[in-house]
Design a binder for this molecule. Structure first.
Ligand SMILES: Nc1ncnc2c1ncn2[C@@H]1O[C@H](COP(=O)(O)OP(=O)(O)OP(=O)(O)O)[C@@H](O)[C@H]1O
Ligand SMILES: [Mg+2]
Length: 286
C-alpha cells in the first residue's frame, strides 16, 4: 500500500469480562485502509468482526492497541473529539433494519430526521437527493413495513451518507437479505465508492462480498489471518496471502495445520530467503 492509510489499527485487543470469565474477541489485530479503499472483512460467527467495527467507530474503547483515523488517535481522543469523529467523519449501517430505521416514519422522514439532527440546511431536499442516490426516489413516502428488506437497508445507507462521511462502516449490511438483494446492496456500495471515492469497511460472513471490494481480509480468532483480492478477469480471488502481524505472528489455514500432522510444535528454518516450517517429533497431536 503506497498512500498513507486513512484508517489504521495496530495490535487491537479486546477482552470482554463476563462475571469471572474473559472472552478474547480481538487479539492483536492489525489493519490499514487507504483513502478511497473498500475493504471487506469476512469471518465466521464470533471471530470478532463486530467488535472490530465498534472499535473503528469509536463506540468501543478497546482493551489494548490503537486506532487512528487521519490525525486522530481514538484511544487518546477527548469525548468531544470522539463525538466529532462519529458525527462528521463516520457513517454506519447496521445489520438489522430495526437498528437503522424508525418504524413509524417514512423513508424520507427517516433520512430527514438525521439531517435535522446534523443541522443541515434544506434537509427536505437533501433527504430526497439521498434517497435518489440509493435508487429509492419513488419509495420516499413508504413506511419501513412497506419496503422490502433490501430497500430498508438502502434507506439505512442513505441515512449513513447524510453527514457526507469520510468513512463508511457497515456491519453485515446484507445479513438479513437474500442473495439477490445482497448483491444489489454490495453493488450500490461499490458504485458509491467508485463515484465518490468513499472509504469503506464492510463486515460480512458472506464470501460473495469479495467480488465487490478492493481487498478482503479474513479474520479468525480475533486476528487477520489472510488477505486477498478479487480478480475480475479470472472470476475468482487471487493473491491469497497469509498476514504476518506487527509482532511476527501468522495463522496457518486448517489444511496447512493438517499437513503438519496436527503437531503444535514446529521448527522454522530460514534458507535462501525462504522459511520452511516442519513439525517437531513429540509435539502434541490434536
Ligand atoms: N459485550 C460483550 N460481552 C461479552 N462478550 C462479548 C460481547 N460482545 C461480543 N462478545 C464475544 O466476543 C466474541 C466476538 O464477538 P463479535 O460480536 O465481535 O463477533 P462477530 O464476528 O461479529 O460474530 P457474528 O458473525 O456472530 O456477528 C464472541 O465470542 C462474543 O461472544
Ligand atoms: Mg457481528
Amino acid at each position: 500500500m503506497t498512500a498513507t492509510p486513512l484508517l489504521e489499527c495496530t495490535q487491537l485487543t479486546q477482552i470482554y469480562r463476563v462475571g469471572a470469565s474473559e472472552v478474547i474477541a480481538l487479539q492483536g489485530l492489525d489493519l490499514a485502509v487507504a483513502p478511497g479503499e473498500m475493504v471487506g472483512v469476512i469471518g465466521s460467527s464470533g471471530s470478532g468482526k463486530s467488535t472490530l467495527l465498534r472499535a473503528l467507530s469509536g463506540l468501543l474503547q478497546p482493551s489494548g492497541g490503537s486506532v487512528r483515523f487521519d490525525d486522530v488517535e481514538l484511544g487518546s481522543a477527548s469525548p468531544a473529539e470522539l463525538d466529532t469523529y462519529r458525527r462528521d467523519d463516520v457513517g454506519f449501517v447496521w445489520q438489522s433494519n430495526a437498528e437503522n430505521l424508525l418504524p413509524e416514519q417514512t423513508a424520507e422522514m427517516n433520512v430527514k430526521l438525521i439531517l435535522d439532527l446534523l443541522g443541515v440546511d434544506e434537509a427536505g431536499d437533501r433527504a430526497v437527493e439521498l434517497l435518489e442516490r440509493v435508487g429509492l426516489g419513488d419509495r420516499r413516502t413508504h413506511l419501513p413495513t412497506e419496503l422490502s428488506g433490501g430497500e430498508q437497508q438502502r434507506v439505512a445507507l442513505a441515512m449513513a451518507l447524510a453527514n457526507s462521511p469520510r468513512l463508511l462502516l457497515a456491519d453485515e449490511p446484507t445479513g438479513a437479505l437474500d442473495a439477490e438483494s445482497s448483491a444489489a446492496m454490495f453493488e450500490l456500495m461499490r458504485e458509491i465508492q467508485q463515484e465518490d471515492g468513499l472509504t469503506q469497511v464492510i463486515v460480512s460472513h458472506d464470501g460473495e462480498l469479495a467480488r465487490y471490494v478492493d481487498r478482503v481480509i479474513r479474520i479468525r480468532d480475533g486476528r487477520v489471518s489472510s488477505e486477498n483480492r478479487w480478480d475480475d478477469a479470472a472470476g475468482h480471488e487471487t493473491g491469497e496471502a497469509l498476514v504476518i502481524d506487527t509482532i511476527g505472528r501468522l495463522q496457518l489455514t486448517d489444511e496447512q495445520r493438517a499437513a503438519l500432522g496436527g503437531s503444535d510444535r514446529v521448527t522454522a528454518e530460514v534458507r535462501d530467503g525462504e522459511v520452511t516450517i516442519r513439525p517437531v517429533d513429540g509435539g502434541e497431536r490434536s
